[in-house]
Design a protein around this ligand. Structure first.
Ligand code: DZT
Length: 282
């Protein structure tokens, strides 16, 4: 197969949409609530025994008031990265929405279906787009300075667990190894968004039509643009990534529910995040 003029235009539109919504200088990150990383202090390492810690480290022989140090400090410490991560993800959702609106066919869907697609795929598209900042050098998402270099431990300090983080990092490494062209990267995000089997989608046929058009364009692109030596099975491997994203999505949902219930400071979670991933107190 060869690329039709119309498919060329679609790819150009998607690349432009992505460039307009992904700032590779990460200059907005300083506007998020700042990252708070455990400093490795004894209080921090012993965050599970705050009362014992404070009694052993002082001349007091009484338990401190609960609010002064104790449980709250420990719980606060465990979720110390949550405000920064929540702001990063809320910001990224806004960018994903901007990207979606520029994909031919999205605006033509009814608002309900637009919402269903975005709610279901937001975390998957964030996982995909974050591959751009991921580096195999040290398995981190490097978004500029050290302050915005994120490792597994940082996401754990936001309340997430290895059941998500281990497969998430593996996914990032395997994505990196596919060494996708920008055209393939943006097509994969668009294909992920236009999944007709998401909960609540009414007009499945319209969504499926757009998705098939996108996958046909991806197949044609790989067939005629990707070097012969590396295109072997590339389309199949990309489709497999969509399956892995579903299972990461499912594990994220579980852990998010736990975090949103544990969060003492409800302000930690911005309103957009609560709308997209759910608000357990609503
Ligand atoms: C503070 C550590 C940040 C690490 C970010 C890595 C990353 O459940 C919640 C809503 C509270 C949080 C969901 C996030 C779970 C873990 C996760 C992290 C899932 C998917 C991606 C990531 C993404 C890194 C970036 C992006 C969000 C991109 O949009 C921009 C840039 O590439 C950084």
């Amino acid at each position: 197969p060869q690329l039709l003029e119309e498919q060329e235009r679609l790819i150009a539109t998607l690349i432009e949409a992505h460039r307009k919504t992904y700032d590779a200088s990460y200059s907005d990150f300083s506007q998020f609530r700042p990252p708070k990383r455990g400093d490795g202090s004894p209080e921090c390492r012993n965050a599970t025994n705050p009362f014992l810690m404070s009694l052993l480290n002082s001349d007091m022989d009484e338990l401190p008031k609960a609010s002064a140090s104790g449980a709250e400090a420990a719980a606060g410490d465990e979720l110390s990265m949550l405000p920064h991560l929540a702001d990063l993800v809320s910001y990224s959702i806004q960018k994903v929405i901007g990207f979606a609106k520029m994909i031919p066919g999205f605006k033509e869907l009814c608002t309900e279906d637009q919402i269903s697609l975005l709610k279901a795929s937001a975390i998957e598209i964030i996982i995909l787009r974050s591959n751009e900042s991921f580096t195999m050098e040290d398995n981190s998402w490097t978004c500029g300075s050290n302050e915005f270099k994120y490792q597994i431990g940082d996401v754990m300090q936001a309340g997430h667990k290895l059941e998500l983080l281990e497969p998430l990092v593996k996914f990032q490494v395997n994505m990196k190894k596919l060494d996708l062209h920008e055209a393939e990267h943006v097509l994969l995000m668009a294909i992920c968004l236009f999944s007709p089997d998401r909960p609540g989608v009414q007009d499945r046929c319209r969504v499926e039509e757009v998705q098939e058009h996108l996958t046909e364009t991806l197949r044609a692109y790989i067939a005629c643009r990707h070097p012969l030596s590396c295109k072997h099975m590339l389309y199949t491997k990309m489709v497999e990534k969509l399956t892995e994203l579903r299972s990461l999505n499912e594990e994220h949902s579980k852990q998010y529910l736990q975090i949103s219930q544990d969060a003492v400071n409800k302000e930690d979670l911005p309103p957009l995040l609560l709308e997209v991933f759910g608000n357990p107190t609503a």
